[in-house]
Design a protein around this ligand. Structure first.
Ligand SMILES: Cc1cc2nc3c(=O)[nH]c(=O)nc-3n(C[C@H](O)[C@H](O)[C@H](O)COP(=O)(O)O)c2cc1C
Length: 300
């Protein structure tokens, strides 16, 4: 179980509430070259079965993360009896290819990270972000450049659902060197207050997340898992252990949990226990026996 970017802070904020060592991993809030204040409020609003956010990638900047926050986080984590430690994944964001490369360059010198997750799919910025994740050529450019910069660690690429055919972007990312694909980010949406006749978000549109998008993202994972050979991380609307199983059956290697933390900050840790119980009840001995069993059988 991996906590999804932007929904679990930098991990340290949750340490008093949950045992971070119970998680398979956590992806920190998207990091940019310079600190960012993000969008003006209101930045969140509840919608049926989900929520819209337009945070605007508020973050402390990659240098403060490396100098202050990452060392704190590392002190909270330890190798468990099973020989594994919670993986810390840095979500990387930029407006231009050079920004992504610079963020990775700074992270390369840091200790305690397991992988990078390239956010080429945030719907909440006025430039950059979304374009990369919606165009296969731009995806190839930014992923290739990030791949060259990321000498020390695996590179995950987080795809946008806001495209006509996600498999085209998924293949472009894989060919450019992605080691895994995260499927997917939030769906662009709106909510209107009929009293004020204005958007319920200062930035007009936002990203829809939560249970409302689970059927949509499940289908994307199903498509991407057949289109590429690299592992797929499923994310979108997971609340219950059964949701995790659904993602595994359509081909996800692992899952991330996001909006559920807004309901209960312990959500991802509780899902670990819930999944163990579900497997026990159903005599599932190995998670990998579930993986992709809904996919059409490959002929090679
Ligand atoms: C408030 C909020 C902030 C987010 N910030 C980021 C971010 O910085 N980088 C990123 O790649 N995804 C970000 N996401 C997207 C989530 O990581 C996840 O892909 C999405 O919310 C779908 O999963 P969920 O339905 O479980 O929340 C954010 C989502 C929310 C709700």
């Amino acid at each position: 179980m991996i906590a999804a970017s932007g929904t679990f802070g930098y991990g340290v904020e949750f340490a008093e509430l949950v045992d971070l060592n119970r998680l398979g991993g956590l992806v920190v809030k998207g990091l940019s070259r310079e600190p960012m204040e993000g969008a003006p409020p209101p930045r969140l609003c509840e919608t049926p079965g989900g929520m819209l956010n337009a945070i605007g990638l508020q973050n402390i900047g990659v240098r403060a993360f490396v100098a202050e926050t990452l060392p704190k986080l590392c002190r909270l984590l330890h190798v468990g009896a099973d020989g594994f430690a919670t993986a810390v994944v840095a979500n990387v964001f930029g407006y231009r290819v050079e920004d992504y490369v610079e963020v990775i360059r700074v992270l390369e010198d840091a200790e305690g990270l397991t992988a990078y997750e390239l956010n080429i799919s945030c719907p909440n910025t006025n430039r950059g972000g979304l374009e990369y994740g919606t165009d296969p050529v731009a995806t190839g450019e930014v992923v290739s450049a990030a791949r060259r910069a990321a000498v020390h660690r695996p590179l995950w690429v987080k795809l946008s659902p806001n495209v006509t055919d996600i498999t085209v972007i998924a293949r472009a990312a894989e060919q450019a060197g992605a080691d895994a694909l995260t499927v997917a980010n939030t769906w662009v949406g709106m909510a209107v207050d009929i009293e004020t006749r204005r958007s319920r978000l200062a930035r007009l549109t936002g990203g829809l997340s939560g249970p409302a998008i689970k059927p949509l993202n499940l289908r994307l994972v199903y498509q991407v898992a057949q289109a590429v050979r690299v592992p797929v991380l499923g994310v979108g609307g997971i609340q219950k252990p059964e949701d995790v199983v659904e993602y595994l059956l359509v081909g996800a290697h692992a899952v991330q949990v996001g909006t559920a933390h807004f309901v209960d900050p312990r959500a991802s840790v509780q899902l670990v226990k819930g999944l163990e119980n579900l497997c026990f009840r159903r005599s599932i001995n190995r998670i990998r026996d579930l993986r992709g069993s809904l996919l059409p059988k490959s002929v090679d």
